[in-house]
Design a protein around this ligand. Structure first.
Ligand code: ADP
Ligand code: MG
Length: 336
């Protein structure tokens, strides 16, 4: 059942058509220059590349992106005890906690992802997730998981839009927005760039990227890495005006007795979700692609493909435990 409207197919066709005569079809760039910068924010590598008419405008635009990354980091951080998120985790079990509209709307948005993914995406995973510390090789034992697992339940998050409050309806609940925080920060950054008149840009926060415009007649090319070899690319995808997120079990993890403990948690079991090695989602916004990139880890490639191919404008590539690659119909190589 091929999706006729796949934006990726269109882009792939466009790239192939352009390939033999690249120089001839590449539009001449107007006066200006590419600007690039990297920084370490949100516990990851932030990379910004954009085209700007003047150097001053380009550098100011990158400054604005970095400031926005820092702002979202503070908003969503659970490390900082004074953050709104920490206040929710400390107090929402006892009664409603009032938060800024932006944070409220994000929490509300997370419930949409939970609904769409049959609960694979669940910000209350943190009720168990906080017991893991990948850097120090700490994991909960079965008794600890058992004691906390019933608090993992997105349906027990009570949101009151009129008062902008959040309340936990079960004891021991916690939330963590790390599952789409970077995607959201990337989307916010792209909006900022657009408002400044930037028309060609790429913004990444770790595995979450959003692309604005093209590279003057050519698409941007984004590579998906091999799960076991950071230097090997399994697929190169030409992209324009789209977001792409890759989640992998090789990002934050430790191995013990042949088992990999990594940072995506199955909300049903409290264990690392290992039904795929990596999942890449392509779609209109990075908040969406980041949120949806957990689905296949938790539900497995077949079930995830079924869910994702029903969502408009979403494409996906998964690498299974045995190295098998799965695609949504819009991305699959054409049948010979
Ligand atoms: P990154 O943190 O580098 O963006 P991912 O996009 O793969 O990596 O997201 C992993 C993060 O998602 C975890 O560190 C955690 O904060 C969060 N998370 C883990 N499991 C879930 C889940 N089942 N639902 C929602 N968020 C999750
Ligand atoms: Mg992410």
């Amino acid at each position: 059942m091929a999706r006729r409207e796949s934006m990726l197919l269109k882009l792939l066709a466009l790239a192939l058509a352009a390939a033999p005569v690249t120089a001839a079809v590449t539009a001449p760039a107007p006066a200006g220059a590419w600007h690039q910068r990297e920084a370490a924010i949100m516990g990851t590598r932030i990379a910004v590349e954009l085209w700007s008419k003047t150097d001053a405008q380009g550098e100011a635009a990158i400054d604005a992106v970095m400031a926005e990354m820092n702002r979202v980091d503070v908003l969503m951080s659970h490390y900082k005890p004074e953050s709104q998120l920490s206040r929710i985790n400390a107090k929402a079990g006892a009664g409603p906690v009032r938060v800024d509209r932006e944070l409220f709307d994000l929490i509300a948005r997370s419930l949409e992802f939970s609904r769409l993914t049959n609960g694979a995406f669940d910000i209350t995973y943190a009720s168990v997730g906080y017991l893991y510390d990948y850097r120090h090789h700490v994991k909960p034992d079965e008794a600890q998981i058992e004691a906390h697992l019933s608090s993992v339940d997105w349906r027990s998050l009570a949101l009151d839009p009129a008062n902008s409050t959040v309340r936990f309806m079960k004891p021991g609940m916690r939330i963590d927005l790390g599952g789409f925080a970077k995607g959201y920060a990337v989307d916010r950054s792209i909006e900022l760039l657009k408002a400044r008149g930037i028309e060609h840009a790429s913004v990444s926060a770790g595995g979450d990227t959003r692309i604005l415009g093209d590279r003057f007649g050519r698409p941007w090319i984004v590579g998906i890495r091999h799960p076991d070899d950071a230097n090997r690319v399994i697929l190169r995808i030409p992209l324009e005006n789209v977001a792409l997120s890759t989640s992998g079990d090789y990002e934050r993890y430790f191995d013990e007795n042949g088992v990999r403990y990594h940072h995506i948690i199955d909300p049903r079991t409290g264990h690392s979700a290992s039904k795929v090695r990596s999942a890449t989602i392509i779609g209109p916004t990075a908040t969406q692609t980041d949120g949806l990139s957990k689905t296949a880890f938790v539900l497995g490639p077949e079930k995830a493909l079924e869910i994702l191919s029903r969502i408009p404008d979403i494409d996906a590539v998964f690498v299974g435990p045995d190295g098998k690659v799965y695609y949504t119909p819009g991305l699959a190589p054409p049948a010979k």
